[in-house]
Design a protein around this ligand. Structure first.
Ligand SMILES: O=C[C@H](O)[C@H](O)COP(=O)(O)O
Ligand SMILES: C=C(OP(=O)(O)O)C(=O)O
Length: 363
């Protein structure tokens, strides 16, 4: 550890971090786990293209603060996902970085002990170990990539990623997304406009050259090939929800006019539920009804769900006071409600399939 204050008075400490290659060697991905990651990436792309008629469901806690609770959730979800695998492609939210509106705990990677000590090396190790364990259960993993240094440490474990509402306009995020190997959902901005997400899709589809952390941890110039698998995630915004049929049709038309596939995800939480977790089943119910009636533009749905309903305030350093399996960021639906929402969505896919087959049967 050495101080750099003489040159940069506002930087207090610079410490070394293990390189991405070193962390990968410490927590490798087994061949079986690699199949899970790659298989889900491929299947999600097929659902976006409409060649797989299942629905992607990205569900899990708003943020992971307790790996034990996250694993307990993952065990239940992996079992449930097997039951509905003919209709739904379930991916678990394992969100280890949190963007904050102002200030607050920024996730497991940033502060894994939840006490303000910011042991990032342990955070990355913990996040990688947790993701590896969940993928090892056969359950694919989703996260938001926030800090541009983090994907190099985790992205080989991730099947679906988001660029959040607060960073979708950032060139830096669009650049690193252009080098990611998984489908990436671009959230509409916090103000609600879908145009920034469409700009982000176009930008990330192109190749870029930019400075980054190399695999060995050294400063590097990275050139990317472009990511053709980005899509919009409608999450609502300051003016209210945008999951209704008119907003979805408008977003699909904008995508079509930009020469992009008419396919998107809907986030049932955030601006679409006014951050009221009890609204999420209502949003999911309405989407399920529309899917059952033949809606094809919605390829995926996101839900914020954990073991216990609601949310709790985190006081740094006071983890003993926390309720097990309850979110310390946005409020989530509980496990029982999650099962009902997933069953509802699975039934809607079955109904949509019957509808698609009906003319063939009649003929
Ligand atoms: O999804 C989580 C939150 O909505 C996002 O991180 C912003 O949180 P904040 O407004 O509580 O800071
Ligand atoms: C922060 C999140 O979403 P958004 O960027 O839509 O606010 C999230 O999904 O955790």
């Amino acid at each position: 550890m050495h101080t750099v204050r003489a040159i940069h008075p506002r930087i207090e400490v610079v410490e070394p971090l293990p390189s991405p290659a070193a962390l990968r060697a410490e927590i490798p991905l087994s061949l079986g786990a690699q199949d899970v990651v790659l298989g889900a990436r491929r299947d999600i792309v097929q659902t976006l293209k409409g060649t797989d008629d299942r629905l992607v469901v990205v569900t899990g806690p708003c943020s992971v603060h307790d790996p034990v609770a996250a694993l307990a959730y993952a065990e239940r979800l992996s079992e449930l996902s097997r039951d509905v695998s003919g209709e739904l492609l379930i991916v678990m939210r394992v969100y280890v970085e949190k963007p904050r509106t102002r200030l607050g705990w920024k996730g497991l990677v940033s502060d894994p002990r939840l006490d303000g000590t910011h042991d990032l090396a342990s955070g990355l190790r913990l996040a990688r170990g947790l993701m590896a364990e969940i993928v090892g259960m056969g359950l694919p993993v989703a996260c938001e990539f926030l800090d541009p240094a983090v994907p190099a440490y985790l992205s080989d474990l991730v099947s679906w990623a988001a660029i959040g509402a607060r960073t979708v306009e950032s060139q830096i995020h669009r650049q690193f997304t252009s080098g990611l190997d998984m489908p990436v959902g671009m959230k509409n901005g916090t103000a609600g406009g879908v145009e920034h997400a469409i700009d982000a899709i176009v930008a990330a589809a192109g190749g870029h050259v930019f400075p980054a952390v190399g695999d060995d941890g050294s400063a590097a110039i990275v050139a990317t090939a472009g990511n053709p698998d980005c899509h919009v995630v409608l999450r609502g915004g300051a003016n209210g929800p945008n999951y209704g049929p008119v907003d979805v049709a408008r977003a699909l038309d904008l995508l079509g006019s930009a020469g992009l596939p008419r396919s998107l995800f809907v986030d049932a939480s955030h601006g679409n539920s006014g951050k009221d977790h009890e609204r999420q089943p209502v949003v999911v119910g309405e989407i399920a009804e529309r899917l059952a009636l033949g809606e094809r533009g919605i390829a995926g749905v996101m839900v914020e769900s954990f073991l216990t309903a609601g949310r709790q305030d985190l006081v740094l350093g006071r983890t003993d006071d926390l309720t097990f399996g309850q979110s310390v960021t946005d409020a989530c639906v509980d496990w029982g409600q999650t099962i009902r929402m997933i069953e509802d969505l699975a039934q809607s896919v079955t109904a949509r399939r019957r509808l698609a087959e009906a003319p063939l049967l009649a003929g």
